[in-house]
Write a new protein. Sequence first.
Length: 700
Amino acid sequence: MLDITTSIQFVKGVGPKKAEALDKCGIRTVYDLLLYLPFRYEDRSRRWKIAEIESGHSGTAEVEVVSVNVRKTRRRNFTIVEMVGKDETGKLKAVWFNQEFLKDTLTPGRKVLIYGTFETTGFGLFPEVKSPQYELVDDAQDNTTHAGRIVPVYERIGTMSPKILRRVIHFLVMGMPPGIPDFLPEAIAKRHDLPSREDALARVHFPDDDAPLDELNAFRSPSQKRLIFEEFFLFFLALELRKAHDRRLNKTKVFDVDDAIREKVRTILPFRLTGAQKKTLKTIADELASPVPMRRLVQGDVGSGKTIVGVLASVIVMEGGAQVAFMVPTEILAEQHFANVRKLLEPAGYRVALLSARLKKSEREALISAIEGGEIDLVVGTHALIQDAVTFRELGLAIIDEQHRFGVVQRAVLREKGAGCDVLVMTATPIPRSLAMTLHGDLDVSLLDELPPGRQPIRTFRREPSQEKAVFRAMEETISKGHQVYFVCPLIEESENSDLKAAVDRFESLSRGPFAKRRVGLVHGRIAAEEREQAMAAFASGEVDILVATTVIEVGVDVPNATLIVIEHAERFGLSQLHQLRGRVGRGAAASEALLLTYPPLTPEGERRIEAMVETNDGFVIAERDLEIRGPGDYFGTRQSGAPLFRIADMLRDPELRDEAKREAGEFLASGGSETEEGRRLLSHVIELWGERFGLAAAG
Ligand code: ADP
Ligand code: MG
């Protein structure tokens, strides 16, 4: 007898080989497979006579096989199976690719159900269907799994086709193994009129015949709602636990702001803060002064002035006698931040250092021991800073700039290292609110929704290769007005070398050709750090007119005198990356322009990205667009590593269930729900599910 813990390989129709493929997706037990949910449904309950088939529609037809042919195409290893089938009203043709074995299954005379989207092309031709689902009609079995009903469609797993998955899962659901756990407190399930978990799991795979298809495909059937609600509920419990855990951590030090510190801040400040900066800083100062560790995310579009907020928060902490770690995602940005931060802070007597990858071993060791000894007040670096080698005498504040470029894992490491310290996270990638909750649900958010005064919107234009001369003229004009130009070279995914070559070639053709009289610089990831720093410094100080660069300048680079950016092969970049690149200009008072050099033909997505860029400067609009174009998957580092965040819940699709579940989770904890035996079991389940992501194992 199967139970939910039975290894999947012992289930009928699986076996060791398929079990291996399933294992790669984390499916090991019967229960794991039951939790593998369909992503859409098809209604195959209606059967067509062939003569009734309407071109362009999908449905099921029951036919008798007349003939099966296998053709090989000129492309090697590519075969086409063509089947002709008939009923009393006519004939149809079904085609499959690379499924040669079908010729042995669909032998003439057999009855088969064919499901797919039929096309009738031209007068008098058969209806034709490509890669349809099929099922042999076995008279003895009227409970058809694949046709003649509403059927679930699963994403393929290795060699497990949607069809095989359907068969195996059907087998499981028919003899539903006992012991399916149900964690949702009964009162809550009742309040929201949600079915039991066991019931929901059975019906989410094989809905009743009269279940409305639209409701299923909108993920609004009662069983789907139940599972979605539960997933959100558990997630928000995890978030609440995380927050509760952070609140219990006492900081080793609190940082108050007094008049002396205010005075110090005033002498350091090179400009007046914007209203949004002031407000954010005030919030941060309050949290620094509180014994509860700060977990704050500052979200602000490119150019909104996040750096200074981090620097001023650092001053408060350093005045309180503790150290600051200022982390950025790239070496170039570390170098630049170091240069900027140092200019502001060293005159005020703070000791600032850069932990760079290019330090010699002995220098590195000396710096690490200086940090340990407390001789350094603020250290700028990449994620190397949170690796084990660095210990602080007293870390008071950890700042993570451009958070979107850091992985979840690095954040988790930081969380440990900075357990009792304040954490400030800054990001320029505006994340749609709905996603922010999942990504940063454990952080409090401040918005820098105001640009420093005098900024003019960046004007963005699309240009084609035939307009190259006009692009060069625009560059020349910019330079003759005393401003500077970025020329960004295309990103070529396949090889870093060709990426490099494009930049080097452009550098040479520009500096020999139209800009022979101008000063042209070059930076890319492969240039030795020292040279790169020099090139950046030369550009920053205005000694270079045109900086040819790869995307190494993407994040954070700040040269306000640069007012034109040309992005070559703009169609190859992602939307948020384009927005980041564009943000390199428009950082001063002068009007700025971005020229997107595109090389047709563009993919439809490419078109939409360029259109969005030309249309708007607003980072939030860009982010929403990006989400529409790409879907949410890319936001989550974990998705790539194979562990999806949710099985069925979707922050975007299910906002009402999300908000309800959040409210219930809060109430459940507040009203002591977790103190019962049942509640404790629930919480340990939550930790099992979300512990790693939210660092909850330690919370116990
Ligand atoms: P980002 O938010 O993209 O990190 P930065 O912190 O690099 O932006 O700031 C962008 C530019 O704006 C920098 O040159 C910075 O010195 C300048 N800046 C920031 N705040 C102000 C302000 N309140 N007034 C004038 N300039 C400012
Ligand atoms: Mg920045």
